[in-house]
Design a protein. Structure first.
Length: 116
């Protein structure tokens, strides 16, 4: 699954991990929260899907000091059982974030879903 459709995020406001959390929680991916996209992609009973891999590029720049965007390459891997647990309200969003793999520019990062 490849997601597009948002502008550059302000690196003066969001660090690398916070940019990904923002995409999870805000409707920045064409009208749906990334979190909802991941849940809806694999929760259908009998779908036979074991998980989802999402690849995206996250554009960012400091709006005050930079005139051109930079890009993070992001890969997210979600096990179907974890998505179902979230969908069924069996786990918190933070437990979901801790159970998935988020790779940014080749490095696994941890998401703090309590970030503002």
């Amino acid at each position: 699954m490849r997601l597009v459709g948002y502008g550059a995020l302000n690196s003066g406001r969001f660090n690398q991990s916070e940019r990904i959390v923002y995409l999870f929680n805000e409707s920045a991916t064409g009208g749906m929260k990334l979190l909802d996209v991941l849940k809806e992609a694999i929760v259908f009973e009998g779908s036979g899907i074991n998980g989802v891999h999402v690849s995206m590029e996250v554009r960012y720049r400091n709006f005050v000091t930079e005139s051109t965007d930079q890009v993070d390459s992001v890969d997210i891997y979600v096990d179907a059982d974890v998505a179902r647990d979230l969908y069924d309200f069996n786990i918190t969003t933070q437990e979901f974030a801790d159970a998935i793999f988020v790779i940014v520019d080749g490095n696994r990062i941890r998401l703090d879903m309590t970030s503002d």
